[in-house]
Design a protein. Structure first.
Length: 255
């Protein structure tokens, strides 16, 4: 069951000193550590991915409850095709299973599913599951959940540049008019605010080709927690840390 914003739930987060008036609008998450989590327990990597789904579910519920506007999850990168075939197939099957199992509840609670990346390269079943989820929830006005599938930051920039060049050649766009707003409008995340906060689990301190344009001024929060062990209290810790930052955007501190 989804829990929606109420006074009782707000009290539960008081220990983290979260200010509900200055929540990050958009949180991006690199869900890392599923394989290591499984290895520590003598389990196959696929068991780690399945355990990671529970962390995904709790993060979506909690974010919807407290009023986050957008969540973007790095689910499958353009580089992940290099993984063993059985692991890729398991990830795709898990995606299908999750969407068909959860989509009615997500829709009921006004969550909107979106994808970023080239989903045309996905196998037929996961591609259909994704498109069905998008279609069912397209008119919802609550939390937007972006699932990054077959996504790479550099690939996204190439995609945008090619389309800009095509539109210039067609006369739709003039090269002298191209600016930051133009480029942003050709990205997968067009019409969405850039992430305010990026969370990466498992202790790794790199971006792994994720949202390279969009995170120019994003605040980062890294944790050693492996993704399957990521709970709502870790999300609250990340938000509290974000709210204690001084976001200057190249200017001078106002504090």
């Amino acid at each position: 069951m989804f829990l929606f914003k109420n006074k009782k739930n707000k009290v539960q987060t008081n220990e983290y000193n979260i200010d509900y008036e200055t929540l990050p609008n958009h949180i991006a998450i690199i869900m890392d550590g599923n394989g290591r989590w499984a290895k520590q327990r003598g389990l196959p990597r696929t068991a780690g991915h399945r355990a990671g789904v529970e962390a995904l579910r709790e993060t979506i519920k909690t974010s919807s409850d407290i009023g986050i506007k957008i969540l973007t999850f790095y689910a499958f990168s353009t580089e992940n095709w290099k993984r063993p075939k059985n692991e890729v197939e398991a990830l795709m099957s898990l995606l299908v299973e999750y969407l068909y199992k959860e989509i009615q509840e997500l829709n009921k609670n006004n969550v909107k599913i979106n994808t970023i990346g080239d989903i045309n390269a996905l196998p037929p079943k996961p591609q259909k599951a994704v498109l069905d989820a998008i279609q069912l929830t397209k008119n919802n006005s609550g939390l937007i959940v972006n699932i990054a599938l077959n996504y790479g930051g550099r690939d996204e920039l190439i995609y945008a540049i090619k389309n800009i060049v095509n539109d210039c050649q067609k006369g739709i766009l003039k090269s002298q008019d191209i600016d930051e707003n133009t480029i942003e409008s050709y990205l997968y995340t067009s019409q969405q605010a850039d992430p305010d906060l990026l969370i990466r689990t498992s202790g790794e301190l790199r971006l792994s080709n994720f949202l390279l344009w969009q995170i120019a001024y994003t605040e980062f929060w890294f944790t050693d927690i492996l993704w399957p062990d990521f709970k709502k209290e870790h999300l609250f810790q990340a938000i509290a840390s974000y709210q204690n930052r001084d976001r200057r955007y190249g200017g001078i501190s106002k504090k």
